[in-house]
Design a protein around this ligand. Sequence first.
Ligand SMILES: NC(=O)c1ccc[n+]([C@@H]2O[C@H](COP(=O)([O-])OP(=O)(O)OC[C@H]3O[C@@H](n4cnc5c(N)ncnc54)[C@H](OP(=O)(O)O)[C@@H]3O)[C@@H](O)[C@H]2O)c1
Length: 285
Amino acid sequence: MYGKVIISGASGFIGGHLVRHFLAKGWTVIALVRVFPSKPLKDVEYRLYDLLQAPAVDLFREAAYFIHAAYLPNNFDCNVTGAKQLLACSRQASLRRNVFISSFSSSVDSESLYGRQKYAIEQLFCRDTDTIVRPGAVLGDGGLFSKMNAHIAAGKRIPLIQGGRQPMQTIAVDDLCLAIEHILLKDLSGVFSVAEPESLTYKEFFLLLAAMNSLSARFLKVPYRLLDMLLWVSESLGFHLPVGRENLRGLIALRYRETKGDLHRLGIVIKDCKASLEALFSNTK
Ligand SMILES: NC(=O)c1ccc[n+]([C@@H]2O[C@H](COP(=O)([O-])OP(=O)(O)OC[C@H]3O[C@@H](n4cnc5c(N)ncnc54)[C@H](OP(=O)(O)O)[C@@H]3O)[C@@H](O)[C@H]2O)c1
């Protein structure tokens, strides 16, 4: 019998997959949510939690492992303070392990607020006893990927910055869940970058995604400065497009990350981008 795993952001894309993954593997799951779901999963215990408020002192009662997947977009301070309060609460309850879902973008001097915020939260976790997971682009039925896919499926043009040479390293959401399960099972601490070891370019990724949708990719070459300015104007006017300036900065900041060593330490083999997309599209047919 495994210990209980408590997951924040359980109503979200990655958190929701983690809840179902651990449940299917026989773990006992506690889901932290802002609102109780209208269709709760059988055998999952739901507890209310909001990053904007101090957690209840007994939020982590009976839990053994904490996975932090909650994220409030574009709010540096609340994400950092929320993570700090959760960690303090978890440490008080002496959990065996805290796992933070960070990102490939995490960097002290990242161009994007998102990347700097991930880095700031990572500093709260102890590399000797906690675990930081940095996933590449997560492929599945949610997150930024599903917005990109909806854009392509609607036949819209794909803006290409700097010729679309940015490196893309992906991981299917089911492989990410497996990686996290291995961290708990093997008691692994430290930082793990998890994504396919070989990168595609941003342009190659979209060519592949368009082909999966049985469409030809339609690209639009746009200078970075111009797109940044257009997004700034639209955001200043209160128009919230599916992709904003933060995403643009994140794209420009993309760097290749070595992942072979970390996947080896986890003892898993993950699908490459093509295989992940094929699995995803065959499931949705
Ligand atoms: N998707 C990717 O490709 C990707 C890649 C790398 C890293 N990540 C990281 O993985 C984490 C999860 O991402 P995701 O794609 O699953 O995002 P998501 O679908 O937007 O899920 C975010 C979750 O955070 C919850 N949340 C938002 N505001 C909250 C608040 N004030 N208090 C408590 N919970 C709150 C949401 O709850 P509600 O449902 O109530 O809004 C939701 O459950 C994020 O930290 C993200 O940066 C994602």
